[in-house]
Design a protein around this ligand. Structure first.
Ligand code: IPD
Ligand code: CA
Ligand code: CA
Length: 274
């Protein structure tokens, strides 16, 4: 992997920010005005004109500033060579189900992977006007002020978050057992419906940990950088290095990482649930 100076990373971070803000403005414009909500295939996996137009806005920004980079966009798929060192992983609207119901928990997520490693991320929640930014070695911010993960080191005092993928009706590996197990062991487990914001909330210390399966790189690329730059830890469930394509992620304030990993690996099966 080629080395990047802080100045180069800062330029990429500013591009990510410009793209996220442009898409965020579109999400605000469409708010409450959607004529149609389509299902993409799996039940509950929705797409709207807001997703599509926000993605076009992001692609425009990226094509203007970094035309030689590749892009993995939720609605358009892979754009450009898959051997490219630079890959932007973008989710124009993370939290589409919330958005379609006018539940204002949604965000734009723009991440840059360099040789497969998340290096830069911008997540913008237009409904709270919260902009989360991070680049490797440059720290993490919320509305331009530095953020840090929480100090909680006791699972019984923690507040966690998780989510349930669209294939949850098709598999027993649907995270229901994990959710119940950790609900018993903690002060609570939330389900926000926007993976990027779950990671941003761990990064800024509102939540102590997050795990989920069935995710795509565009859901988490930006948030991984945020959590790590805010002092947290991100791995696979078993503590091994995160594989961005595996769909599974464990992100914590670092203090809870081992405990949470141990619990995720020994979840008792749920009985009586089909
Ligand atoms: C979804 C959200 C949700 C998570 C799903 C994702 P979308 O993204 O991040 O929190 O549980 O797995 O697919 O479809 O709203 O962009
Ligand atoms: Ca998403
Ligand atoms: Ca999306």
């Amino acid at each position: 992997m080629s080395q990047h100076t802080p100045q180069q990373l800062q330029i990429f971070l500013d591009i990510a920010t410009e793209a996220a803000m442009a898409a965020g403005a579109i999400l605000k414009d469409y708010w409450g005005k959607l004529d149609e909500v389509e299902e993409k295939g799996r039940p509950g996996d929705l797409v709207t004109a807001a997703d599509k137009d926000a993605e076009v806005a992001i692609l425009k920004v990226l094509k203007r500033h970094v035309p030689h980079h590749s892009i993995l966009a939720e609605e358009s798929g892979q754009i450009g060579d898959n051997q490219n060192e630079y890959l932007w992983a973008i989710d124009p609207l993370d939290g589409t189900t919330n958005y379609a119901h006018q539940y204002p928990v949604a965000a734009v997520s723009v991440g840059l992977l360099v040789s497969g490693i998340p290096m830069v991320g911008a997540i913008y929640n237009p409904f709270r006007d919260e902009l989360f930014r991070a680049a490797r070695g440059l720290g993490a911010t919320r509305n331009r002020r530095p953020i840090q993960v929480s100090e909680t080191s006791d699972l019984s005092k923690s507040l966690l978050v998780t989510g349930f993928a669209y294939d949850r009706r098709e598999t027993s590996d649907n995270n229901y057992a994990e959710f119940c197990h950790l609900t018993h062991l903690t002060q609570g487990v939330r389900r926000s419906g926007a993976a990027s914001l779950d990671l941003a909330d761990v990064a800024c210390g509102r939540l102590d940990g997050y795990w989920e399966r069935g995710l795509s790189p565009w859901d988490i690329a930006a948030g991984v950088v945020l959590v790590e730059e805010a002092g947290g830890k991100v791995t696979a469930y078993d503590g091994n290095p995160l594989k961005i394509d595996s769909g599974r992620i464990l992100a914590t304030n670092a203090h809870l990482h081992k405990h949470l990993s141990t619990e995720l690996l020994q979840v008792p099966p749920l009985s009586g649930w089909k």
